[in-house]
Structure formats: C-alpha cells, structure tokens
Design a protein around this ligand. Sequence first.
Ligand code: MIC
Ligand code: SF4
Length: 642
Amino acid sequence: MNLTQKLIASHLVHGDMVPGSEIAISIDQTLTQDSTGTMAYLQFEALGIGRVRTKRSVAYIDHNMLQSGSENADDHRYIQTVAAKHGIWFSRPGNGICHQVQLERFSIPGQTLLGSDSHTPTCGAAGMLAIGAGGLDVAVAMGGGAYYLAMPKVCRVWLTGELRPMVAAKDVILELLRRLSVKGGVGKVMEYAGPGVATLSVPERATIANMGAELGATTTVFPSDARTREFFSARGRAGQWKRLEADPGAEYDEELAIDLSELHPMAACPHSPDNVAHVSEIAGLKIDQVCIGSCTNSSFCDLMRVAGILAGKHVAPGVSLTVSPGSRQVLKALATNGALAKLVASGARILECACGPCIGMGQAPATGAVSLRTFNRNFYGRSGTPSAGVYLVSPETAAVSAVTGVLTDPETYSGEPPYDVPEHFDIDDGMLLAPAKDSESVEVVRGPNIKPFPKAAPPAETLSGVCLIKLGDNITTDHIMPSNAGLLPFRSNIPYLAEHCLAPCDAGFAQRAKDKDGGFIVAGGNYGQGSSREHAALAPLYLGVKAVLAKGFARIHRANLINNGILPLVFADAADYDAAAEGEEIVIDSAPGQIAAAAEGKAVTATIGGRPAKLRLDITPRQRDILLAGGLLNYTRENMEA
Ligand code: MIC
Ligand code: SF4
C-alpha cells in the first residue's frame, strides 16, 4: 500500500477503498479556530453531546484577533467556556496559528485530524492524515461520529535533488500550482516520496502540505522519517514519533516528479494562487507592502532566514514590512537567539502570533498597492483592498524585496548567513488550557453577538424561484462570504453576514435574494474553492437559496451545501449553463423523489427559463438521507442512537 492507503485503512469504518466511492474514517483529533469555531460549537451543542469522544480536540483563537468592538472577545469567551465544559483543549489568543501549534504540539504520525479550516492538511507534514472540513462535520467528529468522504485518488509526487540556496519549499508548491492549477488536486491526496523528501525539514514539508489546499486536494501526506523524528525530539516529543512510509513498490493512481535542484523562485500573481510566474520574469516591479507570516510560512526556519537577510539593513522607504510569527514558541525562540532584535532593527512591524493580514484582519494595503505576501491565497479582495495586487512568494523573496523596494529574485542576492536550528526548543505549554475535569462546574458564557443560526428543512415537493445570479469559474468562498476585519466579528451572526453574501461579485445580491424570497445560484467550475467556512452555505441558506447549479464544485464547499440542505447540482450539458440568465425562473418538480432517484444515478430534470435541463446530483445514499432530512444536523439527531 501507499502511505495514504495505510492511513485510511487503519481508520476505515465504512466503504471500500475504491477511488470515488464513499468511505468513512474514524477521527482521532479535531481542531477548530475562532472564525469557524463559534458556529461549530453552537452546532456541537445543538447535537446535545456531552464530552468529546476524540483522542484530542483543540479550540484555537488565532483569526478574529482585532478587538475593535466586544464581538470577538465575546466569541473567544464563549469558545473558552464551551471548550472547558466539553473536554476540549483551548489555545489562548497569542499562542499562535492553529496549524502551526497543532503541528508543533499535537501532531502524531499515523493519526487522523479533522479541522474546521481548509489548511488543516498542514499536519500531513508529520505523517498524519489531516483533512479540512465544514464546522458541522467537525462537530459530528467531536461527538465520535465518522467522517465521510469520497475515497481519493493518490498522486505520488516524486522528489529528487535538493533545493538551491534561496529557493524554498514555497517554490515547490508554487511549481505544482503552476503545473496543475487550483483544480488540479480535486479528489486527490498528494503523497510525497523519493530521495528529495529527506532534504526537506518538517516545517518545509508543512509549507508544501499547507498549500496543497490551493490545489483543491483532499490532503497532502509526507512520510514520517528521520527528519520527522528530529522535529519531534527538538520539541520534547520523541516518544510520539513513529516511522511511516509507503511499502516498496506501492502503486499510485497518478504520478509526477520534481527535481528540486531545477527550481527557481516563483510568485503567484494576482488574483489566483495558480497564476504563477518565475520571479526573474517579473522582477523590478515596485512594491508597497511585504507581509511575512501565515500558516504557510511562519516557522522558526522561515523567520530565521528572513532575519538573516534583513540583518544590518533597513526596509526600503516605500515599503511597509510586517512579520507575524506562527506561534509563541517561534517568537520566543527568535527573541532568545537575537533574531527578533534584527527584525526590529530593520524596521519590520512585528505583529502578534496570528493569521492577521492573511485574512484581512488589519494591514489592508493602500489603493492600487502591490503587496508581496508569504501567504497561501491572493483571491480578489481578500487583503481588504480590492484594487491591490497581491503576489504570493517565499520568505526569501519577500525579505530580499523588502530591502530593495522592488520584486527581487533572491538568487541574485548573496549574503544570507547560515543559522542553527536548536536541538531543543524551550517548551512552554502554559497558553494551552486543559479542559475542566468536572463539566458541570463550567458555565458556558454567550455574548449578545450570538444569533440563532439558520437550520435547513426537508425539501419542498417543488423547488422554484429565479436565477439570482450567474457566476463564472473558480468563485471562491471569499467571494461568497467575504472575510475581513469588519465582517469576521460577525461569524456567529448569520443574519448580519448574509447582507454581504456574494457582494464582491454583485453588491445587490443579498437584497435581490430577499426581494425574490430566495432562489438559485448558477455558477461555473470549481465553485466554492478556498476556505472551509460553512458561512458560505449558511448565508445562502438564510437568504433562501435552494440549490446551486454549477459546472463543478470544490470538495469542502460541496459538503457544506449538502450538510445545510442546499442541492449542489452539476450541469450535464454545458450549453444549459451558457443559456442560463439571471432572472430566469428555475423549477425542479418532485424534488424529494428526484433526490432519492439521484442516489441511484438518475439525472435530475429541471426547467430553466422554461427550457428543460438535465442536472447531475452525484450523491451517496447517506447524502440522499441528509438532504431529505433537511441537513446534517437533523440527520445526525435522527440517527444519533445508531
Ligand atoms: C482562510 O484561510 O480562508 C480561513 C480564514 O482560514 C478559512 C477559515 C474561515 O473562513 O474561517 C479556511 O481556510 O478554511
Ligand atoms: Fe489563518 Fe491565513 Fe492560515 Fe487561513 S490561511 S488559517 S487565515 S493564516
């Protein structure tokens, strides 16, 4: 077996491991963060489960960190108390970004992790099967329920050679995005193997695993080898390490190869992570902002390289440089060894250990600015400034460019001093709070910002309404449910958030949906790529959206739609997509009967503007039952005993 198959086989509770068919796996660990967590815990509470039944569940506070009103602090207090009550560890604000801390403190080779964040696959760097999902799926897993997914294909990425100086792990994943696009990993696990793997440290593997999410991949898996053991023993966890790798001669569904020594620095240009160019081709572009950090590139090694490049220099006059360390462990190590002083002396603006600018929580660039970021997403508007152009680059490219003031190929730059990775980090888990032993003693504190969330209902006999909007390909969840410093505080207030649904595409969408009493969304391919935020399904549900008719869907968003009782329908004939127009009436007769028949492979028939159209609803019997029950919450409640 390959490693992915081994990890799945050891957790398989339902189904056959045939690519595309439905399987269910048991979940050892879960994580949530605060921007999806409030909703996930409200749903967990609605399920009526007492204490979590996982080996470990952790609630992080890392996204909604600007407290410009009481909302975020209220939600943090809710998460802290609900976690204490239900057996969940709590990572206090300031302790770091969920994926970085989970990798450092809780990752265990061979275990499964389900997280309510699309970059949960980061822990694949340590030989875990780590998958991102919607909050409701994570809530069910916390309650001991299995996680259902389509058995992925496994794509082997065979690495040879070694990265040249100033070429980084980021350039490896940007090369894959260049080759495969943001749709290239859909339905697949990217499994790394080959002699080049041993040249990459766990934090470097984490950068690659993290951004596998941008390929649309189900997850990314690295073997657990001597380098992994090194990572664990430096963090006082040698006892939790074990060796894991594919069997010799294991078979794969797909294969591709990268010679690391042939790579050169790359950049993802606005506004998509797969719009990749060599830095040398676009060098010289004047830049206004550089942001270093995020769950992709904020490890100790990343920031040591940055400090090495910036040492003794100043940030160029026209540039604002921010640095956000991934965790308190990283920040403390930099403070202890003097690297932090170099960063401060260079003029870098040191931000707290959190997502920060990556999710538009501050640092929105100036109008029309060029911003270089070591992050993973540069979707339109995500920085908080729609007119800004965001380029995704390695820490090396970012740091060198911050000094020169123009996009600069770091390979043209000499002088990066070597640095030592400590054999042992100073371990201090004081900001990780264990859950209360006695649940009864904890009172869950709910702030006034928590509003009842919309709940789906079983489908009506006839689904009818207008096409509220017609969208193109690759619409992201940042389009569907934008996130920024102004909106993130309302993640537990769906009625408020819904006002902004699809606003980057059409500011009139929410009002139109209300005026028309709901309706349908028509979209192109890869609809809902990006974040795991369930809000991208909950806001449309609140606005009365009954189905999304698209050319194709991204994995997590599709599951979120089904979980919330919204039909993800795929055009069988692209001509029907071409012909559809905003404002046309869409009718699906005998909806419950057609949903039941769809699980048997039958097409769903509808009329769009009076024209008959065939749609595919590729659902399993379980997904049929979820849709007919009116969503996963109802379904789980009904089936709790079983
Ligand atoms: C993101 O990077 O888009 C986020 C913010 O981390 C999201 C989660 C969210 O929307 O809260 C993700 O990646 O799932
Ligand atoms: Fe946070 Fe950005 Fe990572 Fe999402 S991608 S978890 S916002 S750092």
